[in-house]
Design a protein around this ligand. Structure first.
Ligand code: AMP
Ligand code: MG
Length: 414
């Protein structure tokens, strides 16, 4: 490789949108599935649509603690005779005739021969004589059979990432087991002679390998199987061996460092020999150089070495790819407008993901401020942030009180 970087200076930076659509277009979602118990389904991706085998609610039941009766009887008298009780799990077995009512609890079955429930706070009971202080329409306070979900109705779609909310719904339907896509596997290593293990004493020129830990934490949130290959020194033979090992073991290979144009930056070169590489100088900040491509058995990402760049490019570029490969339905990040509390410096040319903190003012309006030094190696501004301030590629400096777009961090950064 020539030490002159003139070509890449001339080469226009690729907009992020274009890189994402090229990359996503080249990825085929995994379809191999397995059954897991509902207790093990959190964070997994549904392999099939789930249709309900049950009506919900499965029977007419009371929404209140009170009395079940017929509306027409109340038109004749405000006092009815209580003839029995219906508890949740223990329905009333008898009949309810003209002039009668039953005591009923929330969730208890409503017999077919009554048509409404009046809450107990609107009644006055003297032995079995119940006086009703208010009237209501037929159907009041009854949750009717199938009013929420009918038998056969699709309630969750293939590609849904199963959350606590979905688990609750699946349990409501009695699903003890769920068919999910098999987890994809991701092998990861850091490159750099200067990177030392946590806990070791650093010599001059050395730093701790932080990227691998931050990236693995994001991978854990994505619920993939992780193969941690540690740190590989800046030596072409070792890097090539690590790539071969990673490619044999995993669906995806992720590295950080060595993708720029320094004399010890071998990652890109070896990726080129071993696979089909798309090397991108993306029009984003942080994180301009990033490699994406295909090895014989896997896809790979060569992320930049600077810690903020590594974490942000993983979040903005690798995450959508891993989600697609995992069979998950694409969810675009939720972006909203906020008022910038102070001026921000920016030059046109790159889409900037500044680290910001967004909150609401007394009127409920979103206000965002930058969290300080935005250097691509400065993790502290990322740690103080709860959102990206997304400044458009062609935008220049932004003045205080201008409207900007913010993207709240999702579970990967929480
Ligand atoms: P490189 O892309 O290898 O030239 O690295 C760019 C910068 O990121 C250098 O200052 C490296 O020391 C730093 N860096 C690279 N990999 C890591 C890592 N795993 N953890 C922390 N810093 C790193
Ligand atoms: Mg390096």
């Amino acid at each position: 490789m020539s030490s002159c970087d003139c070509d890449s200076i001339k080469e226009p930076l690729m907009p992020l949108e274009k890189a994402l659509s090229k990359m996503l277009g080249s990825i085929t979602p995994s379809t191999e599935s397995e059954m897991v118990t509902l207790a093990d389904a959190l964070g997994r991706i549904l392999a099939v649509d789930v249709a309900s085998t049950l009506a919900v609610p499965p029977f007419n039941n009371s929404a209140m603690d009170g009395y079940a009766l017929n509306a027409v009887d109340l038109a004749v008298s405000d006092t009815l005779t209580m003839v029995g009780k219906s508890f949740a799990g223990t329905p009333y077995q008898g009949q309810v005739k003209t002039g009668q009512c039953i005591r009923i609890m929330t969730g208890a079955q409503v017999p077919d021969d009554v048509d409404m429930v009046i809450m107990q706070e609107q009644t006055c009971a003297e032995d079995d004589q119940i006086r009703f202080n208010s009237s209501a329409k037929p159907g009041s306070n009854i949750r009717t059979l199938g009013e929420e979900i009918s038998v056969g109705q699709v309630v969750l779609h293939q590609g849904t990432k199963i959350s606590a909310r979905h688990i609750s719904l699946l349990a409501t339907l009695g699903c003890a087991n769920v068919k999910v896509i098999k987890k994809i596997s991701v092998a990861i290593f850091s490159t750099g002679d200067e990177l030392k293990p946590l806990g070791s004493v650093l010599q001059l020129g050395e730093i701790y390998d932080s990227n691998r830990f931050g990236l693995i934490a994001q991978l854990q949130r994505l619920n993939v199987d992780i193969i941690d290959l540690g740190v590989i020194v800046d030596d072409p033979v070792s890097i090539r061996e690590a790539f071969e090992r990673a490619d044999r073991a995993a669906d995806v290979v992720i590295t950080s460092g060595g993708v720029s144009v320094g004399e010890a930056d071998f990652t890109r070169e070896i990726m080129e020999q071993f696979g089909e590489i798309n090397f991108w100088k993306l029009a984003i900040k942080p994180g301009k150089p990033i490699a994406y491509g295909k090895f014989p058995n896997s896809i790979f990402f060569g992320l930049p070495g600077n810690p903020v760049s590594a974490l942000v490019t993983f979040y903005q570029v690798a995450k959508p790819a891993l989600q697609k490969l995992s069979g998950a339905t694409e969810i675009k990040p939720l972006r909203m407008s906020a008022t910038l509390s102070h001026a921000i410096k920016k030059s046109p040319g790159r889409l900037d993901f500044q680290r910001g903190f967004v909150s609401t003012d007394q009127q409920g309006k979103l206000i965002v401020s930058s969290t300080g030094h935005q250097g691509s190696g400065m993790m502290s501004s990322l740690c103080l942030a709860n959102c990206f301030i997304v400044l458009e590629q062609e935008r220049g400096a932004v003045a205080a009180n201008e409207t900007v777009i913010v993207e709240l961090f999702d579970e990967l950064f929480q």
